[in-house]
Structures are given as C-alpha cells and as structure tokens.
Design a protein around this ligand. Structure first.
Ligand code: ZN
Ligand code: ZN
Length: 372
C-alpha cells in the first residue's frame, strides 16, 4: 500500500460517523435499540468508540425498578478506542485503547474526607454519556467522556491486554472495596454465597488475602466454573444445607465472615447463620431498597456485624488497574456471552435471568461491523 493510502486507511478507521446505534432505556423494563447522533465532544473531553461494555447488576436494577428517569443510556464497564479528542486534551490521541471510569469523587467533601467516596455529590455526577442524562453510555457505539473523567478516570490499556479483560477494572475495584471493608485476615474462613462472575471475583480476591474461601451456589455448574479459578471448597446448595456444611468445615463454629453475592434478601439469614458469633456479613448485592428479616439477637447477643459495600473506591483505582492489566486473573474467561448492540435487549434479559452456564454478559457495539 502506498503511504497516502495507508494514511487514508488509518484516518478512515478513526473517522467518526454522525449517527450511531445505542440501547436506550425508555422506562421500566423497556430498552430499545435506536439510532442517535454521535455525541459531540468539547474542550478537555474524549470520544471513545466502545469495544466492550460489561452488564452490571446495577444496570439491571435501574432498568427493572425505574429508579432513574428515562430516557438514558446505561453501561459503565466500558473499554474502547479513542475516536476523537477535544481541545487541550493531554495524554490521549485517537487510536489509543482505554478503559473509562464513569464517576470520580472530588476527594475534598465531608464524605470524601471520611473515605465514603460513593456518597460524594461529585462522585454521583456521572461523567460519561452517549446522550441524554449522563448514565454511563457504554451500551452505545460511542461514548463522550467528560473532562474530569479524562483527567482522573481514564486508563490506557497496555499492549497484550484485551478490551474484554480491561472492561473489568470497575467491577474489580468494587469487589476489592468489599473485601477491604470485610478486613479479612490470613487463616480466616470466609463463605461466599453466589458464584456468578462477581461471586467468583470476590472469592478470588478474598483468597488473595490469605483467607480460606468456601463457596456456595444453587447451580453445580457454577461451582465447577469456580474451580477453574482455584476455588475448590464449593457447597452445592441444591443438595447440601449451606449453614450446616459450613459449620462442619469450621469445627462447628461457623465461618469468620460471609459475603452475599446474590441479590436475594432471604439469603441474609443464611449468611448470618453461617458465621460464628462475632463474625461479619458483607451485603454486596443488596442494591434494591426494601425490608428484610434479620434476627436482632444475632447482632446483639451473638455480636455478629452486618456490613455493606457499594460501588468503587478511588483509592483502589491503581490496585484494581494493576490487578486487571497484569492479568493475574484471567477475567476474560469470566465472560460467557457476547452480544452485538442489535441484540442488546436479549443481552440484558439474559443478564437479568442468569442461567447455570451464564456468567458475565457483555455488549460489544462494534461487533455489528465485523469487530475492530
Ligand atoms: Zn458495575
Ligand atoms: Zn467528595
């Protein structure tokens, strides 16, 4: 190819069309694939062509409960290629492979000073949008990344690391934050209820602290998948009682800690019964507001502690990036289903109704065009 042709080919690869497809949330359980204008970027901003966007439990919750006004474009576990840069952007050029966080705290307010970053007003302001009220925007072909996210929440993907691996930076961060909240020490025994992709991730990170991990799931298939990540102590909850099995494996005491990686509130009781007196229970998947039954004496008399962790911590950003990019864990292999944007509705449906063999479900907007 002549030099001019090569340059033209390179330019066309980064040429940005005027319209794109996006999966638009239009109301409760109503997501439609629509054609929209490609977002314009201003000074300090980036336009990213989305390669892979993971579907998160919080996206599903928002779609199913109508907790947010419509229309919106969700999706925040986004990796892709820089397609355009706004005036004054330093450090990124078109063609760079990146992963973007969708919100970053101010590090200065009351909540930031108390390290509860997810409660910071700046943090709640979402800095990535594919149109409408900023809501992540990863379920679209192109996403606009606003200036403060370009500065503090955009990470280059090293050569040799796939877009699929890279899109796990945000979920890994949220799981690391949960593990940190639980303050596990080496030799402690921790039960992780639920072995979906997040349960497996939490289990691997818990094991990394030196703790002994016991896993449980109603689907034996998921326990088998978990063993491929080095998680050998599975309880098949479809045949064995989780609480008594955990007690048997802990000299009758119960686990030192338990993590609930399943949304069902009925399992809060299971988790609390499975820990020893003085043990801790981390609610990781209880994102829907409501009421749940607990035994108050388990907290008062048995001195068990209920803890929660939600969203990411800016203080764990570097460590989560290192964990993902070093490929210490093959996160890509947690992906069981890849959907094009045209099939985004099907993708969301599957993610909301997990099957024994479904793990992480991702949407790959550019796969409609033969990949990139
Ligand atoms: Zn997420
Ligand atoms: Zn703040």
């Amino acid at each position: 190819m002549a030099v001019a042709e090569q340059l033209a080919a390179r330019d066309s690869r980064h040429a940005v069309p005027t319209t794109m497809r996006a999966a638009v949330y239009r109301g409760v359980n109503d997501v439609r694939v629509e054609t929209l204008p490609v977002p314009q970027v201003g000074a300090g901003e980036l336009l990213v062509k989305v390669h892979t966007c993971g579907i998160c439990g919080t996206d599903l919750k928002k779609i199913a409960t109508g907790s947010h006004s419509a229309p919106r474009i969700f999706g925040h576990e986004t990796s892709g290629t820089v397609a355009a840069v706004g005036a004054g952007v330093k450090g990124f050029v078109p063609g760079d492979r990146v992963v973007v966080f969708h919100h970053i705290p101010c590090r200065d307010c009351f909540y930031c000073r108390h390290k509860t970053f997810a409660q910071c007003e700046t943090y709640k302001k979402v800095g990535c949008t594919a149109g409408f009220e900023p809501s992540g925007g990863g379920f679209a072909e192109y996403v606009r990344v606003m200036d403060w996210i370009v500065r503090d929440g955009t990470v280059s993907i090293p050569d040799g690391v796939s877009f699929e691996q890279a899109c796990f930076v945000e979920p890994v961060n949220t799981c690391m934050k949960g593990i940190e909240t639980l303050r596990l020490s080496a030799e402690e025994r921790v039960l992780v209820i639920g072995q979906g992709p997040i349960g497996i991730l939490l289990s691997v990170l818990a094991k990394r602290t030196g703790a002994m991990v016991i896993t449980s799931d109603l689907y034996p298939r998921r326990l088998t998948i978990a063993t491929s990540f080095g998680l050998q102590n599975g309880i098949d909850a479809s045949v064995d009682d989780t609480v008594s099995t955990v007690r048997k494996r802990t000299e009758g005491r119960g686990a030192d800690a338990a993590i609930l990686a399943v949304g069902s509130n009925a399992l809060i009781r299971t988790a609390m019964d499975a820990v020893r007196p003085g043990g801790r229970v981390l609610l990781f998947a209880q994102t829907a507001r409501g009421e749940a039954a607990i035994d108050p004496a388990a907290v008062c008399v048995d001195e068990k502690t209920l803890l929660g962790s939600y969203s990411a911590s800016v203080e764990l950003q570097e460590e989560s990036v290192r964990f993902v990019m070093s490929q210490e864990m093959n996160l890509e292999s947690l992906i069981s289903h890849r959907f094009s944007l045209s099939n985004a509705v099907e993708a969301l449906h599957l993610a909301a109704h997990p099957q024994p063999d479904s793990m992480k479900v991702v949407i790959q907007p550019c796969s409609d065009f033969g990949g990139s």
